[in-house]
Ligand binder design. Structure first.
Ligand code: DLL
Length: 433
């Protein structure tokens, strides 16, 4: 099966606009009456629910920031009585208070629906064996994928993250056909698999849905090659629902946003002006079916662009470009904007090292410095010093020519960079700014 819900996934633009408008009007009414925070914000802007007549009026509504969720911690933005909330998750935020999100029974149903669309798009069906290696718990990755997988009738293997040897054993013995985990963990699994002497031909794996962190196209090629699968990018964030906000189809040319539930906009993060399709900027979402925690114009900090052309796969859902990084993950090194995924792309393009790296940023005598640590492959490790130095030089030159910054490149021993079972930590910023 190609689509889970063709009525919405292949709807005409006019029809989609009609659905979105109706749902937006309802949501705005609800938040105005049920969430004092939104009522205040709207009143300050001099708008009433009746002023919102179409999705063109979205731009007049106030933004919601992560800080607003923190300021109203834990339940201040919920729009229903707490007795209606049947599930609570929290975001894995690394800085500040974590943000708490709540779901009603209908929200869980919506989440399963969008995840069912996602898994179907990645080739999943009731015949599939889906190994969910995202963490279960407050993180939305595990349970979100789990419910979607059950919805399509697949056989779900709820192994959660970690315990890599066991993951491989189960993958082989249970005949896993679809793997769900972070892209960095997928690579780690590939590495351990090779070490354990398991060949990709020994497995039944056909595809994977990888997300929760930025990853480059080169990393996709590496995963596809080493695991012998189709690797699909899946995007989402707890505040909006969790995984399943958007996903690639087998065309792998942008991620289809489930826009009958989440209306996207791209804005200039500084001027907050809405940008036209095709222009890169910050992704902003308004949820239009959520009951527990509806959010209007939520600032994701993720950088992307929108494409409204109909995709070859037949879906009409707007596509967002692969997220290359967050505006707040972006490193500014001597005035140059650098996303870790750009460096990842250079490393994998050169391809003579292992795909594991760490960026160390420091400020020495008022000058920013960037060190790139990259792991050697075992072969390279046993090679001559001169060859190792040659590769270091090659990487340095390539980073300089593609990103315009000078980096110190250090090839380090195989397996010396810590592996991650969830989101990878790629940057150590020692600057005290
Ligand atoms: O990471 C939800 C998720 C789970 C998505 C499993 C996909 C798969 P949070 O922990 O709230 O939720 O983190 C959300 O992670 O704003 C992005 O910065 C980043 N992110 C998520 N998916 C992708 C992706 C989950 N495919 C934050 N590419 C988001 C790049 C991603 N970044």
């Amino acid at each position: 099966m190609k689509f889970w819900n063709p009525t919405y996934e292949c709807m005409s633009r006019e029809e989609m606009t009609r659905v979105q408008t109706e749902r937006l009007i309802n949501t705005v009414k609800k938040i105005y009456h049920n969430v004092p925070f939104y009522r205040d914000k709207m009143q300050k802007k001099g708008i009433e629910p009746g002023d919102i007549k179409s999705i063109d009026d979205l731009k007049n509504l106030p933004f919601t920031y992560k800080q607003d969720l923190r300021d109203t911690y834990p339940y201040g933005l919920f729009a229903v009585p707490l007795s209606e909330i049947v599930r609570i998750h929290a975001s894995s935020g690394t800085t500040g208070r974590q943000t708490v999100v709540g779901y009603t029974r209908r929200d869980l149903d919506t989440w399963s629906e969008v995840m069912a669309r996602t898994l179907t798009s990645a080739g999943g069906s009731k015949e599939s064996f889906i190994q969910v290696a995202y963490g279960y718990g407050l993180f939305t990755g595990g349970l979100g994928t789990h419910y979607g997988a059950e919805r399509i009738g697949a056989s779900v293997i709820p192994i959660s993250g970690g315990n890599t040897k066991r993951q491989l054993q189960i993958m082989k013995d249970f005949g896993t056909t679809l793997l769900a985990c972070t892209p960095s963990y997928a690579l780690y699994l590939a590495e351990e698999m090779e070490e354990a002497g398991i060949k990709k031909e020994d497995l039944k794996l056909k595809s994977g849905v990888f997300g929760a962190e930025p990853w480059s196209t080169n990393m996709r090629n590496e995963i596809e090659e080493r695991l012998g699968i189709m690797a699909i990018d899946i995007y989402g964030l707890s505040e909006i629902i969790g995984p399943g906000v958007a996903t690639e189809c087998p065309c792998k040319c942008g991620l289809h946003i489930q826009e009958d539930h989440f209306i996207p906009e791209i804005i200039d993060p500084v001027t907050e002006e809405v940008l036209p399709p095709g222009t890169k900027g910050e992704l902003v979402f308004s949820t239009v079916t959520k009951e527990g925690l509806p959010l209007i114009r939520y600032r994701t900090r993720d950088i992307s662009s929108l494409n409204y052309e109909v995709c070859e796969c037949g879906r009409t859902l707007v596509r967002m470009s692969k997220v290359t990084g967050r505006s707040d993950d972006m490193l500014i090194i001597r005035g140059v904007n650098v996303f870790p995924s750009q460096i990842e792309s250079v490393l994998l393009e050169i391809g003579e090292t292992a795909p594991h790296y760490l960026l160390i940023v420091d400020r020495i005598e008022n000058l920013d410095s960037l060190e790139v640590w990259v792991e050697m492959t075992p072969n390279l490790f046993s090679d001559e010093v001169k060859r190792i130095e040659d590769i270091e030089r090659k990487i340095r030159k390539e980073i300089e020519s593609t990103l315009g910054i000078n980096a110190k490149v250090k090839l380090v021993e195989p397996k010396s960079i810590e592996r991650s079972e969830g989101k990878a930590k790629r940057v150590i910023d020692k600057r005290k700014l």
